[in-house]
Design a protein around this ligand. Sequence first.
Ligand code: IMP
Ligand code: MG
Length: 185
Amino acid sequence: MLEKDIDHILFSEEQLKARVREIAGQIDRDFAGKEPMLISVLRGSFIFMADLMRSITLPCTVDFMAVSSYGAGTTSSGQVKITKDLSESIEGRDIIVVEDILDSGNTLSYLLQILQARHPASMKLCTLLDKPDRRIKPVHVDYSGFSIPDEFVVGYGLDFAEKYRNLPYIGVLKPCVYEAELPAD
Ligand code: IMP
Ligand code: MG
């Protein structure tokens, strides 16, 4: 059972649903008359993206990108690699980059720089979770679901060593799980 590794639930399914609806409402208002392109940063954001997109009522499109900045540990290495690029051009498009969690900012500051160089008409960042205490590189966030303390969380798409993504809520992982299994990277 995955649940035995969870110390406590931070956000329930109901809380997530309510917050996702609010963000979608803001996007609907901000992009009225436009057709935003949502860019999901794989893999952590896929569940958030699916729920967010279904709550947006404007016409919009979706594309996916994957970057890796982590090994199997719980801290960012600062080394970011594009492992899957977008299928479509973003030139002249109003893009919204959708992330699961903003931590050190290493991944997103690099990714946003790459995307900006492709000349979108506009670029916004939407993250479900933000850990401001951990920021090393400054990143401007346009839509943020929740600010959270410096604890390692899993569920609703977020993983530890590729597991726990299927938990329907967001919970704090018991530190003994990662301290026992893996050396810090
Ligand atoms: P950053 O480059 O340090 O900002 O790392 C961002 C990425 O690290 C996120 O997209 C997640 O994949 C991962 N990450 C950071 N904190 C957590 C966490 O608490 N749980 C799961 N993944 C995390
Ligand atoms: Mg991620």
